[in-house]
Design a protein around this ligand. Structure first.
Ligand code: CMX
Length: 441
């Protein structure tokens, strides 16, 4: 059976030749115009990079190599007796570009199990932080400590032909993905379970083993982890975490450095940290009212209060999406199947009935619909994982699949150092008066 590396080389060689041809023939074609508003307002709608692993449609949501989430749930291999896709399969799909067979998934699963050893100095680095440190801070420190293991950094220091970059990046990507569940679980058990750590079970799949090491043996939770790790993996290339990994990687910083940088971005409340903010916000609502299941009227008043205080409603809105996020819908379907009467889940659904109307009233919110973070916490709470500050770490473990598969492609396609042009407002004013240009050489 071909290894992941052999399969990747085959498809990457072909893609490289195709890309050269594409640029030779069409490299001069314009794909859009850039307005002044766009450069001041977060580059929305500005096409600026290539990311092979997934594509986001504003109205339809994410497709991974052309497959929607419901399609992946059907077509990716499952764990024995399970119904949710194995994230190993999604990684294969994103990396190789083809749906995996059961054997392909076993190959990835076995490779990750073999590569999952975490050196003790990584745990020591995490332990050097106060236990009160935010789990994302501990996560990033753990990834940084693991950088000592980078094959790419070692090979580059010895002298590496640029044609071979991808091979070492792929090695690092596989190692890092294999090791992240152990690091995440270590942080969770250290912070919330008195450092009572659980050894990995090499017979379990990657997400099932994560559930096991966190201390959750319920089959429902393992299925949730498989779904969770699949749907959070990638959201095309421009989001903060993916774009950061791509940008930092373009300096040939190794995959550990690049991924750690991306995780610092994921830790922002407008991005991945929104998943903890949602549950914190709902818990505060429940506490304020002293009820478990607030009514829609009570939710309405709470949302308006949040907005009056100049805060955002966490879990709602998106920079690209203009409809309910299919990642939200996938989690809602999971909840309907596994926990339809859960009061927190029902609160999430009541919020879904209430918030979009209020955000629409504001007139400025481009997408009043829920994103992935609006639902994820309630599912975790259902199984007992109530420590919401940990939630973004789970998002981060999953996000590694997409951004690291993408990083392999960045090096395989030889993307250069990323370096867009910036301007000053002074230079803009001069340009508007016809006194100079604002584009670079
Ligand atoms: N609650 C209140 N106001 C919101 C809002 C929300 N959920 N979403 C957008 N707005 C506001 C913006 O703050 C902005 O207000 P100002 O003009 O006063 O600055 C206005 O509506 C226009 O914003 P937009 O163009 O609709 O949204 P952006 O592309 O600028 O921002 C996002 C997108 C996600 C940052 C924003 O919707 C938001 O802050 N949502 C809440 C946080 C959240 O859930 N983030 C997670 C996103 C998914 C992820 O990455 O994990």
């Amino acid at each position: 059976m071909a290894t992941v590396k052999e399969r990747f080389k085959e498809v990457a060689d072909k893609a490289n030749a195709d890309t050269k041809e594409l640029l030779k023939e069409h490299g001069g074609k314009k794909i859009g115009e850039v307005t002044l508003s766009q450069i001041y307002q977060g580059m929305r709608g500005m096409t600026g990079l290539v990311s092979e692993t997934s594509l986001l449609d504003a109205n339809e949501g994410i497709r991974f190599r052309g497959y929607s989430i419901p399609e992946l749930q059907q077509r990716l291999p499952h764990a024995p007796g399970g119904k949710e896709p194995l994230p190993e399969g999604l990684f294969h799909l994103m990396l190789i570009g083809e749906l995996p067979t059961e054997d392909d998934v076993t190959t990835v699963s076995n490779a990750w199990a073999r590569r999952s050893h975490v050196p003790t100095h990584v745990f020591a680095a995490i332990d050097a932080l106060p236990v009160t440190a935010h789990p994302m801070t501990q996560f990033v420190c753990g990834i940084m400590a693991l950088q000592t293991e980078s094959n790419f950094a070692k090979a580059y220091a010895k002298g590496l032909n640029k044609k071979d970059y991808w091979e070492y990046v792929l090695d690092d990507a596989m190692d890092l993905i294999a090791r992240l569940p152990r690091i995440a679980a270590y942080i969770y058990r250290r912070k919330y379970k008195n450092g009572d750590h659980i050894q990995p079970n090499g017979l379990l799949d990657w997400a099932g083993n994560l559930a096991h090491m966190l201390g959750y043996e319920d089959e429902g939770f393992k299925e949730l982890m498989r779904l969770y790790m699949t749907i959070h993996a990638d959201h095309e290339g421009g989001n903060v975490s993916a774009h950061t990994v791509h940008l930092v990687g373009s300096a040939l910083s190794d995959p550990y450095l690049s991924f750690a940088a991306g995780m610092n971005g994921l830790a922002g409340p407008l991005h991945g940290l929104a998943n903890q903010e949602v549950i914190k916000w709902i818990m505060e609502l429940r506490e304020e009212l002293g009820v478990e299941l607030p009514t829609k009227q009570q939710i309405d008043a709470y949302v308006r209060k949040t907005l009056t205080e100049g805060k955002v409603v966490p879990g709602y809105g998106h920079a690209v999406l203009r409809k309910t996020d299919p990642r939200f819908t996938a989690q809602m379907e999971f909840a309907k199947k596994h926990m339809p009467d859960d009061p927190l889940v029902n609160t999430v659904w009541n919020i879904y009935d209430t918030v979009p109307g209020i955000l629409k009233e504001l007139g400025k919110v481009k997408n009043p619909w829920p994103n992935v973070d609006a639902h994820s916490g309630a599912l975790l709470v259902h199984y007992g994982l109530v420590e919401y500050e940990f939630y973004t770490v789970l998002f981060g473990v999953s996000r590694a699949l997409g951004v690291l598969a993408s990083l392999c492609w960045d090096r395989a396609l030889n993307f250069p150092l990323e370096r867009p042009k910036s301007v000053t407002t002074d230079s803009v004013h001069k340009w508007l008066k016809g006194e100079g240009e604002i584009w670079g050489e």
